[in-house]
Design a protein around this ligand. Structure first.
Ligand SMILES: Cc1cc2nc3c(=O)[nH]c(=O)nc-3n(C[C@H](O)[C@H](O)[C@H](O)COP(=O)(O)OP(=O)(O)OC[C@H]3O[C@@H](n4cnc5c(N)ncnc54)[C@H](O)[C@@H]3O)c2cc1C
Length: 337
């Protein structure tokens, strides 16, 4: 029986392990990661499920397939795990544009109840004249800080082992005795896979207490957003080519001011924390098999699966299943099924 080592314990690593176990039952899987929830990028994310063209790399059909598969999966997960109801819930709110809206029509039906709104409606809650267009919609929110520990619990119950360890090279994992190494290291794939296409997209957020804010508000052509989670708001945001995890106070101040202009009712809220995460930016998601040989001559297979940028939560299950399917011909017992 082949043994699999997954490097990376973020939303992509854990759910790729889950998809592999679902597609090829009985395989022995070990996950190696230096950080697990609540310290992964997904834990910083608001976790709103929304489609994107990823800089033009994918057609709407592909993106919708990934998003829809992810929604179906997390909704089923929440039905089967009562503890997940806090993590996976519907959220309604406004998407707002200062100039003409750019949301492609093909994505509007990924949401429930997309409704274009009049300026007069926007002016009831926002600074008058700040936005020229908007839409009201409902979508799913997947809060990774609750979801990921539950995924780990599910995987552990199915025999997956978790090791907390910083991995120096993919060869090292093969030398632990694994025939297949799954590289789901997010931004760090830049170094572990030597992939110069991976770029850091640093995101900084504020954690805010303002329990009277019940909807989300997000700029379609700007960086500001306000997302309610179960007992606080995530207020953002930034997208910087920076891989440092330091908090920039000037950016925090600007984010707060911009968010308060978007929603003046936020002004009396209390900022109770600040966080940063490095989105794994890449022109396209890498889902690819590579054959490698260690310095000791051991042949092994790598499945690379990383580069989901600012949308990893939205597409995680659709991508995990697609990545897992690439292993079929490398797992002879299953390739006949
Ligand atoms: C501020 C912010 C807001 C966001 N909002 C949203 C949103 O609303 N919706 C959405 O869909 N997405 C959102 N995202 C993007 C989303 O969070 C990411 O796309 C997703 O979390 C990427 O997951 P990942 O598993 O690839 O990466 P990560 O979570 O970074 O996981 C990588 C894992 O690999 C491990 N690792 C790396 N190198 C090594 C090594 N050498 N040895 C051992 N382990 C290693 C790390 O410890 C980590 O566990 C947001 C991101 C940020 C920062």
């Amino acid at each position: 029986m082949k043994s699999i080592g997954v490097v990376g314990g973020g939303v992509i690593g854990l759910t790729t392990a889950e998809a592999i176990l679902e597609d090829y039952p009985g395989l022995q899987i070990t996950v190696y990661s230096d950080k697990y929830s609540p310290h992964t990028t997904g834990d910083v994310a608001a976790g709103l499920i929304r489609p994107s063209f990823y800089g033009g790399s994918y057609d709407a059909c592909t993106v919708k397939r990934w998003v829809n598969a992810t929604v179906e999966h997390v909704v089923k997960f929440a039905r089967e795990n009562s503890e997940a109801s806090e993590a996976i819930c519907l959220l309604s709110g406004y998407k707002l544009w200062k100039t003409a809206p750019k949301e492609p029509e093909s994505f509007q039906n990924c949401y429930f109840g997309w409704r274009d709104v009049e300026k007069s409606e926007i002016n009831t809650f926002s600074t008058e004249g700040r936005y020229s267009d908007g839409a009201f919609l409902t979508t799913w929110l997947c809060d990774c800080s609750v979801y990921l520990p539950l995924v780990m619990k599910k995987l552990a119950a199915k025999g997956v082992h978790f090791v907390q360890k910083k991995i120096q090279s993919l060869d090292e994992v093969a030398e632990f005795g694994h025939d297949i190494v799954v590289n789901t290291t997010g931004f760090n794939a830049k170094y572990l896979a030597g992939d110069n296409e991976v770029q850091p997209l640093k995101g900084q957020i504020l954690i805010v207490k303002a329990p009277w804010v019940k909807h989300f508000y997000r700029e379609g052509d700007g960086d500001s957003y306000i997302y309610p989670k179960s007992d606080y708001l995530v207020v953002g945001g930034t997208h910087d080519r920076d891989k440092t995890l330091t908090i920039d106070q000037n950016k925090s101040k600007k984010m707060w001011e911009d968010a308060c202009k978007m929603l003046p009712a936020l002004r009396n809220g209390k900022v109770i924390g600040e966080r940063v995460g490095i989105r794994p930016g890449r022109p396209s998601i890498r889902m690819e098999i590579e054959q490698r040989k260690t310095n000791n001559g051991k042949d092994y297979t790598v499945l690379h699966h990383y580069g989901h940028g600012g949308y990893g939560v939205s597409v995680h299950w659709g991508c995990a299943k697609e990545a897992s399917s690439k292993l079929k011909s490398h797992l002879p017992v299953y390739s006949k099924l």
